[in-house]
Design a binder for this molecule. Sequence first.
Ligand code: SF4
Length: 296
Amino acid sequence: MAARRILITYSEIFYSIQGEGRYCGAPTVWLRLFGCNLNCDGFMQDNLDDPSSWELDYKDADLSDVATMQDLPVFRRGCDSSYSWSKRFRHLAPQETATEIAARLRDLLPGRVFRHPRSGQDAHLAITGGEPMMRQGAIVAVLAALRESGDAPQFITVETNGTRPLTKAFTGELTQMLASTTKEWFWSVSPKIRTSGEDWDKTIRPDIVGAYAAAAGTGQLKYVIDGDPRTWDEVERATELYRAAGVGFPVSVMPVGGRVEDQHRIAAENAEQAIQRGYNLAPRVHCYLFGNALGT
Ligand code: SF4
């Protein structure tokens, strides 16, 4: 119970759709936790091979008129969720207990319940970041608070970069959710390859993702691509390693960038390759609908 009184730092809670991958389009209530173990400064840089040329909008942004997370622009280069981990934005991140967060999630749902009062369909809960698996204790506390409220989600997605080992407490909560209320636990794993600018050895951790797959649920592997042949090689090499570690999740490739024009161009340029290589092509639909703004 003490855990329930601990303050959890998050960057946003909102109700929208799932914009990426298998559950694209599903009404989804989102909890974006604060903090990440990576930076992914390479995304959308003009010259990925020369880190000295990289421009990083989140480091230079003028914050003088920014009072809340919602006042922030979406940054084009680097991680488009940098507001969910950079210490520049830490002061904007709300802190609440698990019980308060559970109530806030429910308050956003039509009728304040996961099952829609008219459609009879269940809204999904997506937990993202930053890197939410850095905050496994917080996730356990929020799920326990939802379960105790009598209305726990049937569909839960955790969006992760796949580099943080599972804790025993988390595995226990996951098992309990699946045994009691939850129909599907979905690991949306986005391993960071060369498009992110991060080092392979730090980001490709088949042992860790293998443990997620073995613990419970279903999932997907979702790579961010730019059309460079070296990126395709990394998709194939990483997937082989995940398969060898027992990860049978289907693979989606997602165009880099948050602007509609980037999504559209890179998806179109890579559609044929994705089809030929046998991967799902997964443009980021929320960018088309809402311009990749916060809260969407
Ligand atoms: S892992 Fe995700 S949230 Fe973290 S820096 Fe990379 S893209 Fe951003």
